[in-house]
Write a protein of this length. Structure first.
Length: 208
């Protein structure tokens, strides 16, 4: 079997997100760092139908190098990849439950979700909530770059999660953990809940 190309990896992640309802319409974007630059899904595309030939290539500053115009949120991917030299992939969605948590009035900005499960604690750890920015507000770029030096997963207020990983599958896993934990969090909001204790979290291997 031929090696899966980098563009095919991006498409396979995009399709997987779309087919499982983690993105809708033309929302969500996926990127992967390659030797030639950062491959990113194009603007206005549905992750359900975008093809490998339609991916954009940008540089580390977010400037467009080749292919169709990149997603309007590509600057976010470039900023996070600059902040995290060991990361190679970024996934961003407006997934329902994570987006719902990002709209709550009483979320802890330093950490939007409690460690309800061990997998969440291992794959995500801490999830800072970044303040609301209107689409196209580039002040988000500097803030995301700053926060991403310390956290591989961020939640954008009234918007959704953005997650970096060493590989696309690591970024996907962490994004899905956030979505599932957001779902648990909302299900449990009205009843007394026991999150993992600090000791239990400390006993787990650290998140990547
Ligand atoms: Zn978005």
């Amino acid at each position: 079997m031929d090696a899966v190309t980098e563009a095919e990896q991006v498409i396979s992640a995009a399709r997987s997100l779309f087919n499982r309802g983690l993105t809708h319409g033309s929302t969500g974007n996926v990127s992967l760092r390659t030797a030639a630059g950062i491959l990113v899904t194009p603007t206005g595309s549905s992750l359900g139908v975008v093809t490998a030939e339609e991916l954009s290539l940008i540089d580390s500053t977010g400037a467009h190098l080749s292919g169709p115009r990149p997603s309007k949120e590509a600057f976010l991917h470039a900023a996070i990849l600059r902040a995290r030299p060991d990361a190679n992939a970024v996934v961003h969605t407006h997934s329902t439950y994570s987006a719902a948590v990002s709209c709550l009035a009483d979320v802890d900005d330093a950490n939007a979700l409690p460690p309800l499960t061990a997998y969440y604690a291992m794959r995500v750890g801490t999830l800072p909530l970044l303040p609301y920015h209107a689409p196209g507000d580039m002040s988000l770029e500097e803030l995301a770059e700053q926060e991403a030096t310390r956290h591989h997963a961020l939640l954008l207020s009234n918007h959704g999660p953005v997650v970096a990983g060493m590989t696309l599958s690591a970024a996907m896993d962490a994004l899905e953990e956030i979505e599932e934990t957001a779902k648990l969090f909302l299900l449990l909001r009205t009843v007394p809940t026991r999150p993992l204790t600090e000791t239990e979290v400390a006993a787990l291997r650290p998140p990547r």
